[in-house]
Design a protein around this ligand. Structure first.
Ligand code: BDR
Ligand code: CA
Length: 312
């Protein structure tokens, strides 16, 4: 069996980030979670950092948390409280964090941790890419030392926050541009695949039926989320956006990917934050991203269910 992949989880919990992190923390054979770094996004940084601690307590895991950027590089902050609730974790029976964040800033930590293990560390990013972009600017050698960035964000098609833009890309388009054009290997799991991975009522029932606290909390979170997804997007439940990125770090074969040139629109206007994916190679520009184009959503859910079932 290969050694587990050293990963840093960077995100903005947010209910699907939390479920994604439960999946990661319950998968020690495949992933060695070195740390969690938090960023602004679904809710403010204080809450995403607290929610990281709550998620670790729920998983019974002792992993350091580093708080990162509290706002995007240039644009005004964006949150998604309507989708994730005012606290970001709308569930009953949540544990208290066991300890607070470390004193070191997430960006300094990222630089240090990647330099300590050049070529080894995978960054699994499930929020706006502000921390990664700041780290890449602070340490221009970093993109050459990161093994891979696995990012939930963007889309080959339409957006979920505007007709053109996906939330994580829109919440910091300039940061997404820096990361996607840095030369770091990137795998992108966008809405074109994550919207197909739906937590239907039957699936939520199976998570609740696990009978453990992590399963009940996951079911509560996905139930809160389902209302918005039914009403706004006409889906039968919430989309498992961030869990798909973590699942693909564990099992890349869950999605078929295609190398493409991807650019982020940074001009304010209708397409602000859009990930412009050259699906047909019409620009003849070199591919900079492996873009997920097909997903085995049954296999994703089976993995999530099995792993959440391992927790307390
Ligand atoms: C992404 O946006 C956030 O609201 C979710 O946590 C996910 O990372 C989906 O567009
Ligand atoms: Ca997220």
């Amino acid at each position: 069996m290969p050694a587990p992949l050293p990963v840093i989880l960077d995100g903005d919990p947010g209910l699907d980030d939390a479920i994604a992190w439960l999946l990661a923390l319950a998968s020690p054979e495949e992933l060695d979670v070195l740390a969690i770094t938090t960023v602004h996004g679904n809710v403010g940084l204080d809450l995403t950092t607290r929610n990281a601690g709550v998620t670790l307590a729920l998983a019974g895991a002792d992993v350091p948390v580093y708080a990162g950027a509290e706002r995007p590089l240039l644009c005004a902050p964006l949150t998604a409280a309507r989708v994730h609730g005012e606290t970001g974790l709308p569930a009953a029976d949540l544990p208290e964090p066991r300890r607070g964040p470390e004193a070191e800033h997430a960006v300094n930590f990222l630089v240090r941790a990647v330099r300590e293990r050049p070529g080894e560390v995978t960054l699994v990013a499930t929020g706006p890419l502000t921390n990664l972009a700041l780290a890449f600017r602070l340490a221009p050698d970093l993109p050459g030392k990161v093994r891979e960035v696995v990012w939930m964000g963007g889309s080959t098609g339409g957006g979920n926050r505007t007709p053109a833009a996906e939330f994580n890309a829109l919440a910091d388009p300039h940061a997404a541009h820096i990361v996607l054009t840095s030369g770091v290997p990137v795998r992108m799991y966008g809405l074109n695949v994550t919207m197909q991975a739906v937590a239907t009522p039957e699936r939520v029932g199976r998570l609740r039926g696990l009978g453990n606290r992590a399963g009940r909390v996951s079911a509560d979170l996905l139930t809160f989320y389902a209302g918005v997804y039914r009403e706004r997007y006409g889906l039968s439940g919430g989309a498992l956006h961030d869990p798909l990125a973590v699942a693909a770090a564990i099992r890349p074969e869950l999605c078929r990917t295609q190398p493409m040139n991807v650019q982020v629109e940074m001009q304010e206007g209708l397409n602000f934050g859009r990930t412009v994916c050259d699906v047909y190679g019409v620009t003849e520009q070199p591919a900079n991203v492996e873009v997920a184009v097909e997903v085995d959503d049954e296999a994703l859910f089976a993995l999530l269910l099995e792993r959440v079932g391992r927790l307390g």
